[in-house]
Design a protein. Structure first.
Ligand SMILES: [Zn+2]
Length: 291
Protein backbone atom coordinates (compact mmCIF):
# COMPACT_ATOMS: atom_id res chain seq x y z
CA UNK A 1 0.00 0.00 0.00
CA UNK A 2 1.31 3.41 -0.91
CA UNK A 3 0.90 6.11 1.66
CA UNK A 4 0.28 9.35 -0.20
CA UNK A 5 1.65 11.37 2.69
CA UNK A 6 5.03 9.71 2.33
CA UNK A 7 5.21 9.27 -1.41
CA UNK A 8 5.40 11.95 -4.04
CA UNK A 9 4.70 11.30 -7.66
CA UNK A 10 7.36 12.46 -10.07
CA UNK A 11 6.46 12.71 -13.72
CA UNK A 12 9.06 11.27 -16.05
CA UNK A 13 7.57 12.14 -19.40
CA UNK A 14 4.27 10.31 -19.28
CA UNK A 15 5.74 7.86 -16.78
CA UNK A 16 4.91 8.10 -13.14
CA UNK A 17 7.80 7.31 -10.89
CA UNK A 18 7.05 6.97 -7.23
CA UNK A 19 9.68 8.21 -4.85
CA UNK A 20 9.80 9.06 -1.21
CA UNK A 21 10.02 12.68 -0.25
CA UNK A 22 13.19 12.28 1.77
CA UNK A 23 15.21 10.78 -1.06
CA UNK A 24 17.36 12.70 -3.49
CA UNK A 25 15.89 13.27 -6.94
CA UNK A 26 17.42 14.92 -9.95
CA UNK A 27 17.19 18.70 -9.88
CA UNK A 28 14.37 20.39 -11.78
CA UNK A 29 15.64 22.63 -14.53
CA UNK A 30 14.26 25.52 -16.52
CA UNK A 31 15.91 27.32 -19.38
CA UNK A 32 16.65 30.96 -18.73
CA UNK A 33 19.67 33.10 -19.52
CA UNK A 34 21.43 30.35 -17.60
CA UNK A 35 19.77 27.09 -16.52
CA UNK A 36 17.78 27.57 -13.30
CA UNK A 37 18.11 24.61 -10.92
CA UNK A 38 15.74 23.63 -8.13
CA UNK A 39 16.43 20.82 -5.66
CA UNK A 40 13.44 19.35 -3.85
CA UNK A 41 14.14 17.19 -0.85
CA UNK A 42 12.47 16.64 2.55
CA UNK A 43 9.52 18.74 1.44
CA UNK A 44 11.80 21.75 0.97
CA UNK A 45 12.48 23.56 -2.28
CA UNK A 46 15.97 24.95 -2.80
CA UNK A 47 16.59 27.35 -5.71
CA UNK A 48 20.17 26.15 -6.22
CA UNK A 49 21.44 29.05 -8.36
CA UNK A 50 21.07 31.29 -5.30
CA UNK A 51 23.37 28.99 -3.32
CA UNK A 52 26.37 29.35 -5.62
CA UNK A 53 29.20 30.78 -3.52
CA UNK A 54 27.78 29.37 -0.29
CA UNK A 55 28.59 26.30 1.78
CA UNK A 56 26.31 23.33 1.06
CA UNK A 57 26.07 19.97 2.81
CA UNK A 58 24.61 16.59 1.91
CA UNK A 59 24.32 13.98 4.65
CA UNK A 60 23.41 10.40 3.79
CA UNK A 61 21.84 8.21 6.48
CA UNK A 62 23.15 5.01 4.87
CA UNK A 63 19.83 4.03 3.34
CA UNK A 64 18.46 3.93 -0.20
CA UNK A 65 14.82 3.51 -1.23
CA UNK A 66 13.93 1.97 -4.57
CA UNK A 67 10.98 3.43 -6.50
CA UNK A 68 9.03 0.27 -5.51
CA UNK A 69 9.42 1.29 -1.85
CA UNK A 70 12.00 -1.33 -0.79
CA UNK A 71 14.69 -0.05 1.55
CA UNK A 72 18.29 -1.23 1.49
CA UNK A 73 21.82 -0.02 2.10
CA UNK A 74 22.63 0.03 -1.60
CA UNK A 75 21.00 -0.40 -4.99
CA UNK A 76 21.56 -3.56 -6.99
CA UNK A 77 22.16 -1.81 -10.33
CA UNK A 78 21.21 1.40 -12.17
CA UNK A 79 19.24 2.78 -9.21
CA UNK A 80 17.00 -0.32 -8.89
CA UNK A 81 16.71 -3.01 -6.21
CA UNK A 82 17.43 -6.59 -7.31
CA UNK A 83 13.77 -7.46 -7.90
CA UNK A 84 13.00 -4.32 -9.91
CA UNK A 85 16.14 -4.60 -12.00
CA UNK A 86 15.16 -8.07 -13.17
CA UNK A 87 11.38 -7.66 -13.28
CA UNK A 88 10.02 -4.18 -13.98
CA UNK A 89 9.64 -2.88 -17.56
CA UNK A 90 11.41 0.35 -16.51
CA UNK A 91 14.64 -1.68 -16.27
CA UNK A 92 14.27 -3.90 -19.32
CA UNK A 93 16.99 -4.22 -21.95
CA UNK A 94 15.28 -1.90 -24.44
CA UNK A 95 15.40 0.95 -21.92
CA UNK A 96 19.17 0.84 -22.22
CA UNK A 97 19.14 -0.17 -25.91
CA UNK A 98 16.20 1.46 -27.75
CA UNK A 99 17.06 -0.48 -30.90
CA UNK A 100 15.75 -3.59 -29.08
CA UNK A 101 12.22 -2.14 -28.65
CA UNK A 102 9.52 -4.50 -29.97
CA UNK A 103 6.17 -3.10 -28.74
CA UNK A 104 5.42 -1.77 -32.27
CA UNK A 105 5.46 -5.44 -33.39
CA UNK A 106 3.20 -6.49 -30.46
CA UNK A 107 6.08 -8.44 -28.94
CA UNK A 108 6.34 -8.30 -25.16
CA UNK A 109 9.59 -7.85 -23.31
CA UNK A 110 8.30 -7.65 -19.72
CA UNK A 111 4.91 -5.93 -19.76
CA UNK A 112 3.39 -5.24 -23.17
CA UNK A 113 0.78 -2.76 -21.97
CA UNK A 114 3.41 -0.62 -20.25
CA UNK A 115 5.84 -1.01 -23.14
CA UNK A 116 3.19 0.09 -25.64
CA UNK A 117 2.42 3.20 -23.66
CA UNK A 118 6.09 4.04 -23.28
CA UNK A 119 7.38 3.09 -26.71
CA UNK A 120 4.50 3.89 -29.06
CA UNK A 121 4.75 7.64 -28.58
CA UNK A 122 6.59 10.36 -30.49
CA UNK A 123 10.34 10.31 -29.94
CA UNK A 124 13.04 12.66 -31.12
CA UNK A 125 16.55 12.05 -32.35
CA UNK A 126 18.83 15.00 -31.60
CA UNK A 127 22.39 16.15 -31.95
CA UNK A 128 23.94 17.88 -28.97
CA UNK A 129 27.28 19.40 -28.07
CA UNK A 130 28.16 18.69 -24.46
CA UNK A 131 31.73 17.43 -24.74
CA UNK A 132 31.84 17.39 -28.53
CA UNK A 133 29.03 16.22 -30.75
CA UNK A 134 26.77 13.32 -29.78
CA UNK A 135 23.55 11.77 -30.98
CA UNK A 136 20.75 10.97 -28.56
CA UNK A 137 17.04 10.21 -28.33
CA UNK A 138 14.31 11.58 -26.13
CA UNK A 139 10.58 11.22 -25.65
CA UNK A 140 8.01 13.81 -26.68
CA UNK A 141 8.63 17.22 -25.22
CA UNK A 142 11.50 16.16 -22.94
CA UNK A 143 14.17 17.48 -25.35
CA UNK A 144 15.34 20.65 -23.63
CA UNK A 145 15.16 19.00 -20.19
CA UNK A 146 17.27 16.13 -21.46
CA UNK A 147 19.84 18.52 -22.90
CA UNK A 148 20.07 20.52 -19.69
CA UNK A 149 20.43 17.29 -17.66
CA UNK A 150 23.30 16.24 -19.90
CA UNK A 151 25.07 19.58 -19.69
CA UNK A 152 24.77 20.24 -23.43
CA UNK A 153 25.74 23.72 -24.63
CA UNK A 154 24.00 23.45 -28.00
CA UNK A 155 21.40 21.07 -29.44
CA UNK A 156 19.29 20.58 -32.55
CA UNK A 157 16.45 18.15 -33.33
CA UNK A 158 17.22 15.84 -36.21
CA UNK A 159 14.11 13.67 -36.57
CA UNK A 160 10.69 13.08 -35.05
CA UNK A 161 9.51 9.46 -35.21
CA UNK A 162 6.27 7.78 -34.07
CA UNK A 163 7.90 5.22 -31.77
CA UNK A 164 11.01 4.55 -29.71
CA UNK A 165 12.28 1.75 -31.92
CA UNK A 166 12.63 4.01 -34.98
CA UNK A 167 14.58 6.55 -32.94
CA UNK A 168 16.85 3.74 -31.77
CA UNK A 169 17.38 2.62 -35.37
CA UNK A 170 18.36 6.13 -36.45
CA UNK A 171 20.66 6.49 -33.45
CA UNK A 172 22.41 3.23 -34.29
CA UNK A 173 22.93 4.33 -37.90
CA UNK A 174 24.58 7.57 -36.72
CA UNK A 175 26.69 6.04 -33.94
CA UNK A 176 29.19 5.03 -36.59
CA UNK A 177 29.97 8.71 -37.08
CA UNK A 178 29.37 10.41 -33.73
CA UNK A 179 29.41 9.45 -30.05
CA UNK A 180 26.21 8.50 -28.26
CA UNK A 181 27.50 9.21 -24.77
CA UNK A 182 28.71 12.35 -23.03
CA UNK A 183 32.29 12.44 -21.81
CA UNK A 184 31.25 13.86 -18.43
CA UNK A 185 34.76 14.73 -17.29
CA UNK A 186 35.24 16.82 -20.40
CA UNK A 187 31.72 18.26 -20.11
CA UNK A 188 32.53 19.41 -16.55
CA UNK A 189 35.89 20.93 -17.39
CA UNK A 190 34.57 23.89 -19.39
CA UNK A 191 32.37 25.07 -22.24
CA UNK A 192 32.98 23.09 -25.45
CA UNK A 193 34.02 24.77 -28.69
CA UNK A 194 30.97 25.77 -30.70
CA UNK A 195 29.85 23.34 -33.44
CA UNK A 196 27.85 24.15 -36.58
CA UNK A 197 24.99 21.78 -35.74
CA UNK A 198 22.92 22.75 -38.79
CA UNK A 199 25.78 21.64 -41.02
CA UNK A 200 26.33 18.47 -38.95
CA UNK A 201 22.62 17.64 -39.23
CA UNK A 202 22.80 18.06 -42.99
CA UNK A 203 25.85 15.79 -43.27
CA UNK A 204 24.55 13.11 -40.88
CA UNK A 205 21.03 13.03 -42.36
CA UNK A 206 22.51 11.32 -45.42
CA UNK A 207 23.27 8.30 -43.22
CA UNK A 208 19.74 7.91 -41.83
CA UNK A 209 18.24 4.65 -43.23
CA UNK A 210 16.18 5.39 -46.38
CA UNK A 211 12.87 4.19 -44.92
CA UNK A 212 13.31 6.58 -41.97
CA UNK A 213 14.42 9.66 -43.93
CA UNK A 214 10.79 10.83 -44.08
CA UNK A 215 11.02 11.63 -40.36
CA UNK A 216 13.90 14.11 -40.63
CA UNK A 217 12.74 17.51 -39.39
CA UNK A 218 13.01 20.58 -41.62
CA UNK A 219 13.24 22.86 -38.56
CA UNK A 220 16.90 23.74 -37.94
CA UNK A 221 16.51 25.70 -34.70
CA UNK A 222 19.61 25.42 -32.53
CA UNK A 223 19.03 25.69 -28.77
CA UNK A 224 21.92 27.35 -26.91
CA UNK A 225 22.27 26.57 -23.20
CA UNK A 226 24.43 28.28 -20.55
CA UNK A 227 25.06 27.05 -17.02
CA UNK A 228 25.56 28.89 -13.73
CA UNK A 229 29.25 28.17 -13.17
CA UNK A 230 31.72 30.56 -11.51
CA UNK A 231 34.65 28.18 -11.69
CA UNK A 232 35.17 24.88 -13.53
CA UNK A 233 37.25 22.15 -11.84
CA UNK A 234 40.81 21.85 -13.12
CA UNK A 235 41.03 18.13 -12.54
CA UNK A 236 37.60 16.61 -12.04
CA UNK A 237 37.30 14.56 -8.83
CA UNK A 238 34.10 12.56 -8.53
CA UNK A 239 32.49 12.30 -5.08
CA UNK A 240 29.98 9.63 -4.04
CA UNK A 241 27.86 9.21 -0.93
CA UNK A 242 28.69 5.47 -0.79
CA UNK A 243 32.29 6.50 -0.15
CA UNK A 244 31.74 9.67 1.86
CA UNK A 245 28.42 9.87 3.70
CA UNK A 246 28.80 13.61 4.34
CA UNK A 247 29.76 15.79 1.41
CA UNK A 248 30.14 19.49 2.01
CA UNK A 249 31.86 22.41 0.39
CA UNK A 250 31.44 25.68 -1.42
CA UNK A 251 29.17 25.41 -4.45
CA UNK A 252 31.12 26.78 -7.43
CA UNK A 253 28.50 26.10 -10.05
CA UNK A 254 26.05 23.60 -11.55
CA UNK A 255 26.21 21.92 -14.94
CA UNK A 256 24.10 19.04 -16.20
CA UNK A 257 23.01 17.28 -13.01
CA UNK A 258 26.38 17.92 -11.35
CA UNK A 259 27.09 20.17 -8.39
CA UNK A 260 30.59 21.63 -8.75
CA UNK A 261 32.25 21.98 -5.35
CA UNK A 262 35.53 23.48 -4.17
CA UNK A 263 38.64 21.32 -4.38
CA UNK A 264 37.75 20.31 -7.98
CA UNK A 265 35.07 17.96 -6.63
CA UNK A 266 31.88 17.16 -8.52
CA UNK A 267 28.71 15.47 -7.26
CA UNK A 268 26.25 13.81 -9.64
CA UNK A 269 22.79 14.39 -8.15
CA UNK A 270 21.03 12.12 -10.62
CA UNK A 271 23.32 9.17 -9.86
CA UNK A 272 22.16 9.44 -6.23
CA UNK A 273 18.42 9.32 -6.83
CA UNK A 274 16.82 7.25 -4.09
CA UNK A 275 19.46 8.05 -1.44
CA UNK A 276 17.94 9.24 1.83
CA UNK A 277 19.66 12.56 2.50
CA UNK A 278 19.51 15.75 4.45
CA UNK A 279 20.43 18.88 2.53
CA UNK A 280 21.53 22.09 4.23
CA UNK A 281 23.43 25.24 3.40
CA UNK A 282 24.96 28.26 5.07
CA UNK A 283 26.83 31.36 3.92
CA UNK A 284 30.60 30.94 3.68
CA UNK A 285 32.82 32.68 6.23
CA UNK A 286 34.19 34.92 3.50
CA UNK A 287 30.77 36.46 3.17
CA UNK A 288 31.01 37.46 6.82
CA UNK A 289 27.37 36.76 7.48
CA UNK A 290 25.93 34.11 9.75
CA UNK A 291 22.36 33.05 10.36
ZN1 LIG B 1 12.55 -1.98 -6.35
Amino acid sequence: MLDSAIFSIISVGKLQKIMRKNTLKKMNTSLGKVVEYVLEVNGETHPMNNLIGTQIKLEWNGEVICSCGRRDTKFYRSGFCYTCYWEVPQASQSIFKPELCTAHLDIEERDLAWEKEFQLAPHYVYLANSSGIKVGITRGSQGVIRWMDQGASQAILLAEVPNRRFSGDIEVSLKRFVADVTNWRKMLSGTPASIDLVQMKKELSVHVPDDLKQYILADDTVTEISYPVTEFPKKVKSTKLEKTAVIEGVLKGIKGQYLLLDGDRVFNVRAHEGFVVRFSHQPTLQQGVLF
